[in-house]
Ligand binder design. Structure first.
Ligand SMILES: [Zn+2]
Length: 225
């Protein structure tokens, strides 16, 4: 068992061992004072299936409770990296992304959330459009158009008539994850279901696709705003 799995062991006068998976998917063990670490690890090992299942559920439903405040020093995710926000006074544009920093004009603060979303949407469209073209050309596939959605759990979708939809939230993920979702949806132009053929075609264009799928499952809560 990987001991790093346990975030905290809380000892008390209780008589039995108990496990708790917290909303952020951490594992906490409650234990009697005199039980050895070895006994605890064996217990955790025996319950590993239950733990992994509940961690998966927690990760799928967890949304950070941190509210965006749009203050100096707050960090925002873009293409897999965190960038610091600076509230400044003298710009005419509300948001300027400059050398890995977000400069936000103080006079637009009351609409900050909306303006940030607009900024992300625009970036998503520009970045995704180019990558879709690139992969479509490589794979010899043709699509009709690209549209950016506000979906939270559905990173992308492919309409039968050839429109590819992508959530703007995806642009917070690293480029390779964005690429994977693009490849996934492009392959849907030919293969509607997640069949064996589908997976083989995805693999040809994106060999590490399973890793990317896992990343999206584990980090979904991060791509929130
Ligand atoms: Zn799919």
């Amino acid at each position: 068992m990987d001991k790093g799995l346990i975030k905290q062991i809380i000892r008390s006068k209780r008589r039995t061992l108990a496990l708790q998976v917290t909303p952020d998917a951490s594992l906490i063990v409650r234990a009697p004072e005199k039980v050895s670490e070895e006994t605890i690890f064996t217990f955790v090992q025996k319950k590993i299936k239950w733990i992994l299942h509940h961690q998966k559920l927690a990760r799928e439903s967890f949304r950070p409770s941190v509210k965006r405040e749009f203050v100096d020093g707050e960090r925002f995710l873009y293409l897999g990296e965190w960038h610091t926000l600076f509230v400044i006074q003298d710009v005419t544009r509300p948001i300027v992304f400059n050398e890995k920093k977000f400069l936000f004009s103080e006079s637009f603060l009351s609409d900050a959330k909306q303006l940030f979303e607009q900024w992300y949407r625009k970036q998503a469209y520009e970045v995704i459009k180019d990558r879709v073209r690139l992969y479509a050309e490589t794979a010899g596939l043709s699509f009709k158009r690209i549209s950016i959605t506000g979906a939270w759990k559905r990173w992308g979708s492919c309409e039968p008539k050839g429109t590819l939809n992508f959530s703007w939230r995806l642009i917070m993920a690293p480029m390779k994850i964005v690429d994977y979702v693009i490849v996934h949806e492009l392959v849907h132009l030919e293969e509607r279901n997640h069949s064996r053929n589908f997976r083989e075609k995805v693999r040809l264009l994106f060999p590490n696709y399973q890793q990317a799928e896992m990343w999206l499952k584990d980090n979904r809560w991060l791509l929130n705003f």
